[in-house]
Design a protein around this ligand. Structure first.
Ligand code: C5P
Length: 316
């Protein structure tokens, strides 16, 4: 009998997040260039009498432990497709434990990581044998960022972000992340982006906003591993909206820029801010300056690309 399976899943930063107009279904078309970075959640699943989610880590108190957690939804989705109950009836339940190191509600896809991790872990625990395509399909049903958490590395996400094309990366990029107090709701940030577009008079619908396109210069910079070129090309269409909802982020961005970061940006929908630096020594310098600035709750240093969801341990 399999006792437990542990999967490690990375956080992400969006080096480009180009947001199209608001679609009739409430989503926005994106050109979303994801880079996985080396901050990880570990998701462990084990047989149990009922579906249960537990979480440890510095931000564990902010993680929902009910069935709205993407990890629980992933387990139920896989169980449903493979004739298991998943909750505890019939085929048995599952205990999902999340050891959380990715900032919560921070724009680094921590919830999505747990969804992808639980899916891969339950597939191994139950011996479901789901194909990669099926796992990716379930990920896309769970959320726009979940397929990338499974795949990792770097990828261009089209559609609402779920249609992935893997990207070649020619080097290691060094990053410093400043974690803000509290989270930001992703739907609220997209709605603020729409509101700002309406207020500017340009309109926020699909007919008003140009189709989002990946930047050729940015893809080149990733391919060649050129940090300075990447810094010149990064962009995030949600940044103005995140700063509008959380004006204090402007001071964090300024502190990192003053400390010598090559680029300073909001990570995804925020409020985590991301600073691209030349190397580890620069990362330490920028991290120290951000800590001293008093403009953020915590500072993390890491690099990317990082691998996608990976089974670390499984015991039979
Ligand atoms: O797909 P996910 O559940 O992560 O999306 C959360 C919310 O973010 C959506 O309900 C929508 O408001 C917004 N969103 C969007 N366009 C996208 C992705 C997300 O408007 N491409």
């Amino acid at each position: 009998m399999t006792a437990s399976v542990t999967v490690r899943v990375p956080a992400k930063v969006n080096v480009q997040l180009a947001v199209g107009g608001l679609r009739p279904d409430g989503f926005h078309d994106l050109a979303n260039v994801f880079l996985a970075v080396g901050l990880y959640d570990e998701v462990t699943v084990a047989p149990a009498d009922e579906l249960r989610v537990t979480c440890t880590g510095p931000d564990a108190g902010q993680v929902p432990l009910d069935h709205t957690n993407l990890a629980a939804r992933a387990a139920l989705a896989l169980a449903g497709r493979h004739g298991r109950d998943g909750r505890g009836g019939g085929g048995g339940g599952v205990h999902i434990h999340i050891d959380k190191d990715i900032p919560v509600a921070g724009g680094m896809a921590g919830g999505s990581a747990d969804g992808a991790g639980a899916l891969l872990a339950c597939d191994a625990l139950w011996g479901t044998g789901a194909s990669r395509e099926e796992l990716l399909e379930i990920c896309a049903e769970l959320g726009s960022d979940v397929p990338f958490s499974l795949v990792g590395g770097a990828a261009l996400g089209r559609g609402r972000g779920e249609l992935l094309t893997p990207l070649e990366v020619g080097g290691t990029f060094h990053w410093v992340f400043a974690v803000a107090d509290g989270g930001l709701s992703t739907p609220a940030v997209y709605a603020e982006c729409d509101r700002l577009r309406e207020t500017s008079g340009a309109g926020a619908g699909v007919a008003d906003v140009p189709d989002p396109q990946a930047s050729a210069a940015l893809l080149d910079a990733l391919r060649t591993g050129d940090a300075a070129a990447l810094a010149a090309a990064v962009s995030n269409d949600l940044q103005a909206a995140a700063v509008s909802l959380r004006p204090s982020l402007a001071a964090t961005l300024a502190a990192g820029t003053e400390a010598g970061a090559l680029a300073a940006m909001v990570s995804g929908s925020g409020p985590t801010t991301a600073f691209l630096v030349t190397d580890e020594a620069e990362a330490a310098k920028v991290a120290d300056a951000l800590r001293a600035s008093g403009t953020c709750r915590a500072v993390r240093v890491t690099s990317g690309p990082a691998p996608g969801a990976t089974v670390l341990r499984g015991s039979n």
